[in-house]
Design a protein around this ligand. Structure first.
Ligand code: SF4
Length: 347
């Protein structure tokens, strides 16, 4: 996929078909949409997107997100798929992605999805602890996630799994357990969403009554940084970390972990850990250093509002971050550290 940026033409199916009202979900807020799209809306959205220079047929997928796609009225689902499939058939888009609930997957549904050019299926697993699923009124079990994932893979679809952190009744141990269970299912992609408490949800009520203390952004970022590292080591692509920055979420949020650049926060933590560990091993006595990282990673290495630099200074390491693309190493994050006097003598 190098050099060919993947992009989604996102079409939101708000709340339609959900047999449950999950404790954290205010579907209309997340999708920012209130009306059900028609087949004509799908055609218009795709045509509009294809006019943009950002898209070309080889990298764009039509993505039905935001609801329980396979649980909506069957005729309506097929209407939407037919509208989308016409673009796949004409070679204008690469495929179709859908997201749905783990208990809304069965042979018959998968046969239909295959027929209409669906390539990827994402399941909202959220947790692999049954008590957490129950407390958050998900209406499915961890075993449903296992069964649906296996069936999706058997049919040859790309499998995406979504998990949440900071749910009612969950903790960091539970989130790490969920991550391990999801990784064992060998998904192609993972999305991690720290819980954002939205107005009008059960979690908002429980938070106000003191029964539920949501995870704040700082704690969620520390945990999600670990989870990101975990999935990277398992060679599983984390394609999303944190809810999409949108006015809908920001306007309805009453608590929890939301940051418009949440992934950057997590990347910043991982860079801080890497740089600190290298400094501790090589230069435990502190001093002045230049830290070289790939140019694209300079702001991640410095951390949000340069907090990594400030934290390192508190421990006696005064660093300047510089971009250098010729750094070796197989890891996703790389750094090379030189004491300032050594760096000066080389230039
Ligand atoms: S299944 Fe998904 S869309 Fe439906 S209420 Fe739960 S989180 Fe919301």
């Amino acid at each position: 996929m190098a050099g060919n940026r993947h992009s989604n033409i996102a079409i939101f199916i708000p709340h339609n078909g959900c047999p449950h009202q999950c404790a954290f979900c205010n579907q209309r807020t997340i999708s920012g949409a209130v009306t059900q799209p028609t087949a004509e809306d799908v055609r218009k959205a795709v045509k509009n997107a294809l006019r943009s220079p950002r898209f070309d047929g080889s990298n764009a997928e039509i993505a039905f997100f935001g609801g329980s796609f396979t649980a909506i009225d069957r005729d309506y689902m097929i209407e939407l798929l037919e509208a989308a499939y016409a673009f796949v058939n004409a070679g204008q888009v690469a495929g179709i992605r859908i997201s749905t609930r783990p208990d809304a997957i069965e042979d018959e549904i998968l046969t239909i999805l295959k027929k209409y050019g669906v390539t990827s299926i994402e399941l909202g697993a959220q947790s692999m602890r049954d008590e957490v699923l129950e407390m958050n009124r998900r209406g499915h079990t961890a075993q449903d996630v296992v069964n649906a994932s296996q069936l999706i893979k058997k049919y040859g679809f790309s499998l995406g799994l979504q998990m949440m952190t900071g749910l009612y009744g969950d903790d960091n141990v539970g989130a790490r357990y969920t991550a391990r269970q999801l990784a064992a299912l060998r998904p192609d992609t993972v999305r991690i969403y720290p819980t954002v408490v939205l107005e009008g949800t059960l979690l908002a009520d429980k938070m106000r009554s003191g029964e539920y203390i949501p995870q704040d952004c700082e704690a969620a970022a520390e945990l999600c940084a670990q989870l990101l590292r975990f999935f990277e080591r398992k060679r599983i692509n984390v394609i999303k970390l944190g809810l999409h920055a949108s006015d809908g979420v920001e306007g309805s949020m009453v608590g929890g972990a939301y940051h418009p650049a949440f992934r950057e926060l997590c990347e910043g933590i991982l860079y801080y850990n890497l740089i600190r560990q290298t400094l501790r091993e090589k230069y435990p006595d502190g001093g002045d250093f230049v830290v070289y990282v790939p140019k694209a990673d300079i702001s991640k290495a410095a951390g949000q509002k340069k907090r990594n630099i400030a934290r390192l200074a508190l421990d006696g390491w005064h660093v300047v971050i510089k971009g250098e693309d010729a750094i070796n190493g197989n890891e996703r994050r790389k750094c090379q550290i030189k004491p300032v006097h050594q760096q000066d003598s080389q230039t």
